[in-house]
Structure formats: C-alpha cells, structure tokens
Design a protein around this ligand. Structure first.
Ligand code: C5P
Ligand code: MG
Length: 159
C-alpha cells in the first residue's frame, strides 16, 4: 500500500540593488536587485527544503543547517535540498517526491520568461520530470517592492 505525506515551506529575503537574484538556482539576470542573505538567498530552494522536512515532521532547515555553525557556511542551496531529501528518506525509506507546487512573490522583474528554466532545474534536483513542478508568480501589488518570497508544497509517497 502506498502512503502519502504533504509538506509545506516558505522563505523570504529583503532585496537590495546590485546583488544577484537566484531562484531555483537560476540567475535572474535582468533583476535590478537581489537577496540580502548570508547564504545564496535562493528562496525557492530554501522553501523546498523546508517543505521536504515538514513532510516528514523533521523540523526546518534552521534546525539541520544552523547558519552560525561552520559546517553550514557556504553550503549551496542545492546541497541543502539534497540533504533534506536524504533526511526524509532516512525517516521514510523509499520515499519519492510525487510533485511540487511553488509560488514566488516578487514585484520586479517579470519572471514568466524564466519559468521553464526554473521548473527544469527544480525538477532535476528533485528527480522529477519538468511537469512534476508547478510554478506560479505573483506580485505584491506594490506592497512589498523590496521583498522576495517563495512558498512550496510537496507530496511524498513511499511503499
Ligand atoms: O500579482 P499579479 O496577480 O498582478 O500578477 C499577474 C501575473 O503576472 C501573474 O499571474 C504572473 O503570471 C505574472 N508575474 C510574473 N512575474 C512576477 C510577478 C507576476 O511573470 N514577478
Ligand atoms: Mg492579481
């Protein structure tokens, strides 16, 4: 019998001019601003890592990768997602991600032209076909122009 668990995560960063903006490890090259962060500030991958951990009720990335600890410094966000998946599989052997659904809230720039690239990269990281990753974009309607946020849900199954 197949069992299922859902997971949810989110992350946000402040934006400042002249910094890189990474979403799903894709550089948004036409962005006038980027995330202010000690990490690479990739809100999509951080929200995904939290969604994976939440599906297994394993806390969040701050528990497993405390920013103050030397072994967390310089960890790429892709590595954090990969390690989150390993933790989930240690708890639920054979677990697979069925699909992921993501929403990024950002006023500027328009992200539509980057949708395919972000979907493909996130799918690759999770071992899914690109169709396994839904990706939506929203503005804040001008309420939070210096803010980038991602929300992620995932579904896990295991035998
Ligand atoms: O937030 P709002 O509903 O006004 O967004 C309208 C559309 O603009 C969204 O459905 C999305 O397709 C697109 N969008 C985008 N890039 C963003 C924000 C929104 O492509 N940064
Ligand atoms: Mg609208």
């Amino acid at each position: 019998m197949t069992s299922y668990r859902i997971g949810y995560g989110e992350d946000a960063h402040r934006l400042a001019p002249g910094l890189p903006l990474l979403l799903g490890n894709i550089t948004i090259d036409d962005s006038p601003h980027g995330a202010v962060a000690v990490s690479d500030g990739d809100v999509v991958l951080h929200a995904l890592a939290d969604a994976l951990l939440s599906a297994a009720a394993l806390g969040d990335i701050g528990d497993h990768f405390p920013p103050a600890e030397p072994q967390s410094v310089g960890l790429s966000s892709e590595t954090i997602v990969a390690r989150a998946l390993e933790l989930v599989r240690a708890r639920y052997p054979g677990a697979c991600v069925v699909n992921a659904a993501l929403v990024v809230t950002l006023d500027l720039p328009k992200l539509g032209p980057k949708r395919q690239a972000i979907q493909a990269r996130v799918a690759e990281i999770l071992g899914l076909e690109p169709g396994g990753v839904g990706l939506g974009f929203k503005t804040s309607e001008g309420l939070a122009p210096q803010h980038v946020q991602a929300r992620a849900t995932i579904l896990l199954d295991w035998p």
